[in-house]
Design a protein around this ligand. Structure first.
Ligand code: ZN
Length: 171
């Protein structure tokens, strides 16, 4: 187990690295600042889209797709399955990669799959107040928790049989 009290970081130059890095003066660990990876899925069922009403900030009370931070030692796909179950109690089948967003300002990479429900069941998980299926024409555009949720549905409009995949966008 790593001793988190050990660290005493100082900015240093490292051989072979163009950036200066925070290096621990005690144990030599390098504190790399890399983007965090979010994994999630746009889930379809009978031509409707599954959305979760968030029970926690940010975006409490607003709608989002099931998504969250990838855990250590987890694949991106397994993380998307886990998030669908945690937030919507949904067992999903992943169809394919749908979109990749590079959010430079908040230092985040979002990897979103297109998926469908394995059965009819879904229910609010601990991070959700409600889970619902929406037809495209009834999507809650003004109550979406994050800009990237809106982007996903804008991309979906131009999505046809796997053409243009994966969609990408940066901010
Ligand atoms: Zn240390």
């Amino acid at each position: 187990m790593e001793n988190l009290n050990c660290h005493n970081f100082e900015l240093q130059s490292i051989n072979g690295d163009e950036h200066q890095r925070l290096v621990c003066l005690n144990c030599g660990e390098i504190n790399y600042k890399n983007p965090k990876i979010v994994t999630g899925s746009l889930i379809l069922h009978e031509n409707k889209f599954l959305l979760c009403k968030r029970a926690i900030e940010p975006g409490k009370g607003l709608w989002t797709i099931p998504a969250g931070y990838l855990e250590e030692n987890e694949t991106v796909e397994t993380g998307a399955l886990r998030e669908a179950y945690e937030e919507a109690r949904a067992k999903i089948i992943i169809d394919h990669l749908f979109s990749i967003f590079s959010l430079k300002k908040i230092n985040q990479i979002q990897i979103i799959y297109l998926a469908h429900l394995n059965d009819n069941y879904f229910a609010p998980g601990i991070e959700s107040l409600d889970v619902k299926l929406f037809e495209y024409k009834n999507l809650p555009w003004n109550e979406m928790a994050f800009p990237s949720v809106r982007w996903i549905f804008e991309f979906y409009k131009s999505y046809k049989n796997g053409d243009n995949l994966p969609f990408s966008k940066e901010d």
